[in-house]
Design a protein around this ligand. Structure first.
Ligand code: AMP
Length: 500
């Protein structure tokens, strides 16, 4: 049997043909049969454009049912799906086109500039309403029933990592990576035949595209398909849903709504969080409000999901749970040797979820995937005696001040728990004396927080070397679309704080 993930998905679609696949904001519905017919049309359209197995199809469009059908049609045609964040600028897109060398680029609108620069690429458009030149082409072809055979190890997608520094790297994910991870998640999260997923994530990122959608698509269950997270809209649809997958900001925004009550959440089976750290404060506030404990899990573009808190059993705030079955994780020191349980080091992961390398970057791949198959995640963490994983920060976030290692997450945890601080981000900036100085960027709940007040509050909570040497008050922290705090932006902004 072909290793093409589409074969597996299409079998489900055939079994569930008349079931609702997508529930849309205007109340209309799209069946599995209708979605896969549209996918077949896109597969036919790509074929007329000369797309061959392994060719890249780069897509930068707004989230829509047509966008989902294009993803499926790309898989069906044996091509490699390359989603791009819709916020990328023309120059950024130009980099991706140069790097991925696609046969086809599908954008939200035409760009004469890009078309002049990439003459080998077929340029097409697809809009959120399902119109555009690719949709017209697809409407003129008969839906294709052919599924191009692929080996499980063949590429299904290239996902460019958000990469805070340097060139963005394309993580190469195979059909087997996607299929095995979907199967593990369905098991781990106990997916049920009557589950309804509230889908408010973007679908240019692994979270919304693979983690969330594959659970529903491989089980033939419906998704409430919202173009983006808009809290009133999410509250309106919540009564129809059983599962919500979100980034931590989804949960803080829900908690800010007075009518998000225990009763409003009572019918929900599962709230899942990932892509950025969920603070214990949010976890606790959510439980206090709804009686439900958010299930936090840990993943990344290169490996989809690595670990999850348990469905049944203790979900511990501030931890990301246990490696999925078949996935191995370890914590290593600077020399690459495995550390003892409880020690902080680099998190590494090996298993059927781990990508095959970075697109056309063999040196980067060799640097980050060890010979024994472990991928060096770049996240610092610990594993306790039972095997439970906690993340303490990104490797590059580590601040070394006066020779001491300071883990920003530890300091942020203490700051976030103080009265008068809503949230915080801790960064290191150059300092003549200490090498780096710890700087607290805080969002105060009322008055600005002074360094003196912080010192008094922290003195018995944190060792001196961990205490901030400056505090910056902001109205909000800069975040990307996946809810991650953009520490690189903060570091760039405050780089000269201690320079005269
Ligand atoms: P991306 O490749 O954009 O999905 O980013 C992956 C990174 O997000 C990981 O390497 C982690 O640094 C971070 N991340 C994902 N899930 C979590 C989580 N539950 N807690 C803390 N950080 C997370």
């Amino acid at each position: 049997m072909s290793g093409n993930l589409f074969t597996q998905l299409a079998a489900v679609a055939t079994r569930s043909a008349e079931n609702v696949c997508l529930l849309l904001p205007d109340g209309s519905e799209i069946s599995f049969a209708a979605l896969y017919e549209q996918a077949g049309r896109f597969a036919g359209a790509l074929k007329t454009l000369g797309v061959a197995p392994g060719d890249r199809v780069v897509v930068q469009v707004d989230k829509s049912p047509a966008n989902l059908a294009l993803y499926l049609g790309t898989l069906q045609s044996g091509a490699v799906y390359v989603p791009l964040n819709s916020a990328y600028t023309l120059e950024e897109v130009a980099y991706f086109l140069g790097d991925a060398e696609p046969r086809v680029f599908v954008g939200a609108q035409r760009s004469d500039d890009l078309e002049a620069r990439f003459t080998d690429v077929h340029f097409h458009t697809l809009d959120a309403a399902g119109g555009g030149s690719l949709a017209s082409l697809a409407a003129d072809v008969a839906p294709s029933d052919d599924v191009v055979a692929r080996a499980g190890s063949d590429l299904a997608a290239i996902v460019y990592t958000s990469g805070t520094t340097g060139r963005s790297k394309g993580a190469m994910l195979s059909h087997d990576n996607l299929a095995s991870n979907a199967a593990s998640l369905i098991d781990a999260w106990g997916w049920q035949a009557d589950d309804v997923l509230l889908h408010a994530l973007p679908i240019f990122h692994v979270h919304g595209l693979f983690i969330a959608m594959h659970c529903a698509l491989t089980q033939g269950t419906p998704m409430i398909f919202l173009p983006k997270f808009e809290v009133r809209e999410v509250l309106r649809w919540l009564p129809r849903a059983t599962v919500l997958m979100g980034v931590p900001t989804f949960y803080t925004r829900l908690l800010a709504e007075a009518d998000f009550t225990a009763q409003a959440a009572a019918h929900m089976r599962l709230f899942i969080s990932g892509s950025a750290p969920l603070t214990p404060q949010t976890f606790d506030a959510f439980e206090a409000r709804t009686g439900q404990r958010i299930l936090e899990r840990y993943g990344m573009s290169e490996t989809i999901i690595n670990s999850t808190n348990p469905l049944i059993g203790e979900r511990v705030a501030g931890t990301v749970g246990f490696p999925l079955p078949g996935v191995e994780m370890r914590v290593t020191g600077d020399d690459g040797a495995e550390l003892s349980r409880g020690e902080i080091g680099m998190l590494e992961v090996r298993g059927p979820n781990v990508f095959s390398g970075y697109w056309r970057m063999p040196e980067k791949t060799a640097e980050e995937i060890r010979e024994d198959g472990y991928f060096i995640t770049g996240d610092l963490g610990t594993q306790d005696a039972d095997g439970r994983i906690s993340i303490v920060g990104r490797g590059k976030d580590l601040v070394i001040s006066g020779g001491y290692n300071v883990y920003p997450k530890e300091v942020e945890g203490v700051l976030d728990a103080l009265d008068g601080i809503d949230e915080s981000a801790v960064i290191g900036v150059p300092h003549a004396d200490f090498g780096e100085a710890v700087v607290a960027v805080v969002v105060p709940s009322g008055e600005d927080v002074s360094l003196e007040a912080l010192r008094v509050a922290l003195d018995d909570r944190l060792a001196r070397f961990k205490q901030p040497k400056a505090v910056i008050n902001l109205k909000e922290l800069p975040r990307n679309t996946m809810g991650k705090v953009q520490k690189n932006v903060l570091r760039d902004t405050y780089v000269a704080l201690f320079q005269r």
